[in-house]
Design a protein around this ligand. Structure first.
Ligand code: GLN
Length: 486
């Protein structure tokens, strides 16, 4: 067995008992990357020298007591890393080297983690397949002709291909949960305000959250308890205490009320054979003593249009800062006659088609005369969507749904049809609009491709979704591996 087959908690145990060293774990990850990443292409930038040095320091000090001491971890490449290039998979930031760390990176460092590299994504996290990266698409380790999902597709593929023990991602409309489902790994989108976004490039600030992808719920929970919590540098973070989720987990479903929203299971949503995997997971919940309760979230049908109005509006504001003046791509001096030339030339050359599409859509939605018609209206409907969930959580402890209407699709299948691509996020977007948390756990294969169950919890209900996820995972015991792992 290769060291990379260990789960994060197993690796941690072996470090503590001195059966392995951090250098050995870190080297095993880079060996795996050398072996597979020319096919998977999960990483934009590797941090090999610094990672090995840090691992050696941890080994030399025997400092294995912190929560992630010596554990190799990757981060999505829109999370700022001091002295390590951070591109957002965009030409406009191709050579950007941050001078500071995001808070989540600082917290990983303090916990002893070893940062091995930066993973690929859809440009500025806009997309569902990682094909919108300005550099290269990432492949799904289960089938290299297929997409890994997105936008945190590099993180999901790296975890699935055992290139790291966990990875950070971000989720604005499903970008952690959907690739987790398509790559057969676990992923959490925390509640809005649970994790600091300081130093994380903003896509849509009322929706973005940083979260974790790992092999199973308890590995994910451990990393979550490290990165979560109030941050004085991000005023949107909540002061609520952070549980040590993996230690406090209770994997007993008996007496739990689990909501099954009819809108997520309606005909025409999922292919019947893919739905079978989810049905089996629902049966498992019942078998474990959970009570399945039919519920309705009636405003679900408005989630996609509401999201595309609000997200695009916020994108158009957030991406205004990439103007070619202080950092990132700038035109050469002989091209500049007046100030506007800098903006025009750097933004025209720097942004790809998808960010441009959304900047234009958002600028339109916010323009004079249209703001009340579109933006304000969308905000009102957002409140209704949020209320649907609040009412549901008066009756149930958690809600379960499919994560994605399909398993991983072929590369090229949707990339030229944005609307088709947008529809693939239909089950994940409502949680972002409502600010609630969601965990995805792999529950089976359909035609040899993985599918994940989405477990939605109330605001700050991370412990509940970890509990439910852990109970289901133990029972289902998803052990299948992508064929390329041999
Ligand atoms: N796929 C969705 C979009 O394209 C979600 C992206 C995300 O969560 N970052 O907007």
């Amino acid at each position: 067995m290769s060291l990379t087959d260990l789960t994060l908690l197993e690796a941690k145990q072996k470090l503590k008992s001195r059966e392995v060293t951090s250098v050995e774990l870190t080297k095993s990850c880079f060996d795996q990357i050398r072996k597979l990443d020319s096919q998977v292409k999960a990483f934009i930038t590797l941090n090999e020298e610094a990672a090995l040095q840090r691992a050696a320091e941890i080994d030399a000090a025997g400092a294995y007591d912190t929560p992630l001491a010596g554990i190799p971890i990757a981060a999505k490449d829109l999370i700022c890393t001091k002295n390590l290039r951070t591109t957002a998979a965009s030409k406009i930031l191709e050579n950007f080297v941050p001078t500071y760390n995001a808070t989540v990176i600082e917290r990983l460092n303090q916990a002893g983690a070893v940062l091995i590299g930066k993973t690929n994504l859809d440009e500025f996290a806009m997309g569902s397949s990682t094909e919108n990266s300005a550099f290269f698409p990432t492949s799904n380790p289960w089938d290299l002709t297929r997409v890994p999902g997105g936008s945190s597709g590099g993180s999901a593929a790296a975890v699935a291909a055992r290139m790291c023990f966990a990875a950070l991602g971000t989720d604005t409309g499903g970008s952690i949960r959907q690739p987790a489902s398509l790559c057969g790994v676990t992923g959490i989108k925390p509640s809005y305000g649970r994790v600091s976004r300081f130093g994380v490039m903003a896509m849509a600030s009322s929706l973005d959250q940083v979260g974790v992808l790992a092999r199973n719920p308890m590995d994910t929970a451990l990393v979550m308890s490290v990165i979560a919590g109030h941050d004085p540098l991000d005023s949107t973070t909540l002061p609520a205490e952070v549980p040590t989720y993996h230690e406090e987990a209770q994997s007993d479903l008996s007496g739990m009320r689990i909501g099954v929203p009819k809108e997520y299971f309606e005909a025409g949503g999922m292919a019947p054979e893919d739905q079978q995997v989810i049905q089996t997971a629902l049966e498992t919940i019942k078998k474990l003593g959970g009570e399945l309760i039919d519920i309705s979230l009636p405003h679900t049908k408005y989630a996609l249009p509401v999201y595309y109005l609000l997200m695009a509006s916020e994108v158009s504001a957030n991406l205004a800062r990439y103007d070619g003046v202080r950092f990132g791509l700038s035109p050469s001096e002989d091209q500049i006659r007046q100030l506007d030339d800098i903006y025009l030339l750097s933004r025209s050359a720097g942004f790809g088609a998808e960010p441009k599409r959304r900047i234009m859509l958002g600028t339109f939605a916010l323009s004079a005369g249209y703001q009340n018609k579109y933006y304000l209206q969308a905000q009102k409907v957002r409140t209704l969507i949020k209320r649907d969930f609040e009412q549901a959580y008066e009756r149930v402890d958690a809600i379960v749904t499919p994560t994605s209407p399909t398993t991983a699709w072929e590369k090229g299948e949707k990339v030229n049809d944005p609307f088709k691509m947008y529809l693939s996020d239909i089950y994940t977007i409502p949680a972002n609009l409502a600010g609630i948390c969601g965990l995805v756990v792999p529950v089976g294969l359909s035609h040899s491709l993985p599918g994940g169950l989405q477990i939605l919890g109330p605001q700050l209900g991370e412990q509940v979704v970890f509990n439910v996820g852990e109970a289901i995972s133990r029972e289902i015991s998803f052990q299948e591996k992508p064929a390329i792992l041999g």
